[in-house]
Design a protein around this ligand. Structure first.
Ligand SMILES: C[S@@+](CC[C@H](N)C(=O)[O-])C[C@H]1O[C@@H](n2cnc3c(N)ncnc32)[C@H](O)[C@@H]1O
Length: 287
């Protein structure tokens, strides 16, 4: 009879082309058993019932064919929290945590801030900001109803009654008056599409990835809308593709000619975030 230990060894072998076969096998087995990692370690010799073993083998086969583990188990980590995910949303990426940390560093000494997260997907940015900035008012926008349903689950789980959800195209449905506009919009360019890993291209939603020919179509559309809605002294943070810093910064300067525009790099030294710090315009009341 197959034990937990045998199942983990089988999974590791079957997922050997993954960069993390041990972790992946553990996540899948923990999922079918509805147990945590500590349980698997402590019960190495426990036999699996045939139904559980069959369910696990089915998941292993799907993972080996390229289906991302978070879609198979229905959740993914971000900012130390566990976020529900479904094939309607992008799987939260560790590099997006830098955008959240930058926003928190900017917002934590301010009294009340109005924040909008554009293209919220799973809600990982909006929900993390609501938790880290308890006095902030947070709105999350997405064009996808499926994504908003997932964001609603995550908001209810981690930041109940703190995040307003709006289905809309970018900021078109929202009136001016934001202190912080954060966005991780789709930014894959046409020439990058063929090089995307199969797990991304075949399973993650195209509406969460495709950024037009140069990858900057959504950023180009958002910037003038953001300029009309940002309060004096406000901040815009945009996650971008690793080679888009120069082009995105130049678009930012067109919409925000008076602002300070900076491109922040990630830990690998790649362009990752465009930061637009608006000045305090004298004589113009806050909207
Ligand atoms: C790259 S995903 C980011 C999801 C999430 N913010 C994150 O960081 O994991 C981009 C999101 O933007 C949404 N989106 C695409 N076009 C949009 C538009 N025109 N208006 C609002 N949201 C849009 C997609 O549905 C998707 O959820």
């Amino acid at each position: 009879m197959t034990t937990i230990g045998d199942a983990l060894r089988l999974g590791r072998a079957q997922l050997s082309s993954s960069p993390s076969p041990v972790l992946d096998a553990r996540l899948l087995l923990a999922h079918v058993l509805r147990r945590d990692h500590a349980y698997l370690v402590a019960h190495d010799d426990e036999p699996l019932d045939p139904q559980t073993a069959a369910g696990y083998e089915q998941l292993l086969a799907r993972a080996a064919a390229g289906e991302p583990i978070p879609y198979l188990v229905g959740h993914a980590p971000f900012m130390g929290l566990d976020f529900a995910v479904s094939p309607s949303v992008l799987i939260p990426r560790p590099e997006t945590e830098q955008l959240v940390e930058t926003a928190v560093a900017w917002g934590e000494d301010r009294e009340t801030v109005r924040i909008v997260d554009v293209g919220t997907g799973s809600g990982c940015i909006a929900v993390s900001l609501a938790r880290r900035l308890p006095a902030a008012e947070v709105i999350a926008v997405d064009v996808s109803a499926g994504a908003l349903a997932v964001a609603a689950t995550n908001a209810a789980r981690h930041a109940p009654s703190r995040v307003g959800l709006v289905q809309a195209d970018l900021l078109t449905a929202l009136a001016p008056g934001f202190d912080l506009i954060a966005a991780n919009l789709p930014y894959i360019a046409g020439h990058e599409w063929p090089t995307l890993p199969i797990g991304v291209k075949s399973y993650e939603p195209r509406v969460a990835l495709w950024g037009g020919l140069d990858g900057l179509s959504l950023v180009r559309a958002l910037l003038p809308q953001a300029a009309e809605r940002l309060r004096p002294g406000g901040l815009v943070l945009l996650e971008i593709g690793w080679r888009q810093g120069k082009a995105a910064a130049s678009l930012a300067r067109e919409s925000f000619p008076e602002a300070e525009v900076t491109v922040l790099s990630d830990f690998a030294g790649h362009d990752r975030i465009v930061m637009i710090q608006a000045g305090m315009i004298q004589g113009r009341p806050n909207k």
